[in-house]
Ligand binder design. Structure first.
Ligand code: TXA
Ligand code: MG
Length: 337
């Protein structure tokens, strides 16, 4: 079912109408699945406070059930309720960035969101900045739902969806999808582990580490052996069907010139640099020079180039700057698959 097909959106609320919203909240309350937009990517939601409902997410995604999910809430107060301890690090981040594209990992209150947390003693919490997501979370809360567990609405290991159409490509017409248009940010939230005395950046997002560090008053450490499992942090993730290769501008130019034309036909390129005229690629898309603009379109671009029928997607390596870290991370994982 497509909730977007019935009724008109409310003012300032893309794709949101009261009937669709109520139907979606009812579905969540009954333990069903609803895909919904957030400012980062679309999420595949189920109520976090019922383990059997959460099991539906793992089954639909084909995701191992020990990979923890993020619990989404409409307010910081609802987030704190899931925590056994609410560290000052988490408080500072929540105050500065919620609602927004940032997830904190904190110690989990025993007995809560066990399945959503993949059995771990910590829990990931996020307050998303999207009118549809927030309205859905509030409507669900009115129906007694405490938190909505939601991974990205794609099958395990695939490219995350940034439009309702992407979600339908992943799961077909059987899933209820709230259509909120294209996601503004385009890559998943930054994840910060706050369970240790120092902050650890488990997954870079659109909020770069300099901004996070400014708020925290200290640098973020990188993930190490002690960090909790995170499927978005598996080396090979975000994989298109075609093989992705990260290349410098120079490597791209040379490769395009030495590759026989018949083989170039099966190559798609995503680059800032222009290729010499006369190079007949299977497909090409120019990469925005601005990191936020690139993040916004990244997953749609990968899907589009993949759909061109190319066997290879050559991607120009983004600049090694903090603002590009989230995009670079997704591309490296896509290339590792
Ligand atoms: O932007 C986002 O974060 C999107 C939207 C839908 O909110 N969600 C998302 O969820 O990207 P997912 O499941 O695709 O990625 C969540 C990441 C995974 O890498 C997961 O392992 C990690 O968060 N995670 C969740 N809870 C965790 C925990 N307790 N400890 C460590 N990692 C955790
Ligand atoms: Mg994901």
């Amino acid at each position: 079912m497509s909730a977007s097909s019935s009724g008109a959106p409310g003012p300032g609320e893309p794709g949101l109408d009261a009937a669709s919203l109520a139907a979606a909240a009812d579905t969540l309350a009954a333990g069903g699945l609803v895909a919904f937009p957030t400012e980062t990517v679309y999420g595949l939601g189920a109520r976090a406070d019922v383990d059997a409902a959460v099991a539906g997410i793992y089954a639909a995604k084909g995701r191992p059930s020990d990979h923890p999910l993020i619990v989404h809430v409409a307010s910081p107060a609802e987030a704190v309720a899931f925590a056994a301890d609410w560290p000052p690090l988490a408080q500072r981040l929540a105050e500065a960035f919620w609602p927004g594209p940032m997830t904190v990992i904190v110690p989990r209150r025993a007995g809560l969101a066990e399945a959503a947390a993949g059995g771990q003693s910590s829990v990931g919490l996020r307050c998303p900045d999207h009118p549809v997501a927030l309205a859905l979370l509030r409507a669900a809360a009115e129906r007694g739902v405490a938190g909505v567990a939601a991974p990205s609405a794609n099958r395990f290991g695939r490219v995350s969806p940034t439009s309702a159409a992407h979600v339908r490509e992943e799961f077909g017409p059987g899933l209820m999808v709230l259509d909120g248009g294209d996601c503004e940010v385009g890559i998943e939230s930054a994840i910060i582990d706050c369970t240790r005395p120092w902050p650890v950046l488990l997954r870079p997002g659109a909020l770069d580490r300099d901004r996070l560090a400014q708020v925290l008053g200290c640098a973020l450490r990188d993930r190490d052996e002690a960090a909790p499992r995170a499927s978005g942090t598996l080396t090979a993730h975000y994989a298109p069907r075609a093989k992705v290769r990260l290349m410098t501008a120079e490597q791209l130019r040379v490769a395009a010139q030495v590759m026989p034309p018949s083989a170039l036909d099966k190559v798609a390129v995503y680059s800032r640099v222009a290729l010499p005229p006369g190079v007949a690629l299977g497909a090409r898309r120019s990469m925005p020079a601005d990191p936020q603009a690139c993040a916004h379109e990244l997953f749609a671009a990968l899907r589009e180039l993949d759909a061109s029928g190319a066997d290879l997607i050559w991607v120009e390596t983004p600049p090694e700057l903090p603002a590009w870290e989230g995009v670079l991370d997704r591309l490296q994982r896509a290339a590792a698959a």
